[in-house]
Ligand binder design. Structure first.
Ligand SMILES: [Zn+2]
Length: 193
């Protein structure tokens, strides 16, 4: 069992309509992790611990879009319906929203990349991050990598992530890489009450 401590924070990546089934860049099964993510969320709230939610938040001409020569269909245009969280993802008002990849000319998969997240974490003395959300092989992977590089302990929410899987093994390889980098794989039943 893993007890939560005052140095812990929860970070959930990119639960946004465009990344859910039916969205512009819908991830198969992406909606299935929402209930367990809400369980994590409530647990952190009950302990008075900080919660960070990232949002992919692009200008209409973002370099990652195919229309601009990038890899992805147009998705998560800032403020569009696709950029918003689904009604089922009922985040607390106290959660801190981290907007990322807002510069048209820069892709940014990591929640740490050109965002205020590092300063937030320093200011409140977070030392361990519990990280889940979408997608395993992009935003989760790159956020975990940066967190480890910056010296944070990381617990990876194995039951709260889903992969895009452009190649079928991408998600599994990303999980293995994060664990190799020191992320501790956990499931919600491992959290001590
Ligand atoms: Zn994006």
């Amino acid at each position: 069992m893993i007890p939560l401590t005052p140095d812990d924070a929860l970070l959930i990546a990119d639960i946004q309509n465009d990344f859910l089934p039916g969205g512009a860049l819908g991830i198969s099964g992406g909606d299935q992790i929402i209930p367990v993510l809400l369980t994590y969320l409530r647990r952190f709230q009950a302990h008075g611990l900080p919660v960070f939610l990232t949002r992919d938040w692009h200008p209409p001409n973002h370099c990652s879009f195919r229309t601009e020569g990038g890899l992805w269909p147009i998705h998560c245009v800032a403020g569009s319906p696709g950029s918003l969280p689904p009604p089922a993802f009922d985040a607390p008002a106290s959660a801190v929203i981290i907007y990322k990849a807002i510069d048209a000319n820069r892709e940014a998969y990591s929640a740490f990349q050109e965002t205020p997240l590092p300063r937030h974490l320093q200011a409140i003395g977070v030392r361990r991050l519990f990280i889940g959300g979408l997608a395993t092989d992009y935003c989760v992977l790159n956020t975990v990598k940066d967190a480890r590089t910056l010296g944070y302990d990381v617990c990876l929410l194995m039951d709260g992530i889903k992969a895009v899987n452009l190649q079928p093994i991408d998600g599994r390889q990303a999980e293995e890489e994060m664990i190799r980098l020191g992320a501790v794989p956990i499931r919600v039943e491992m959290l001590a009450a």
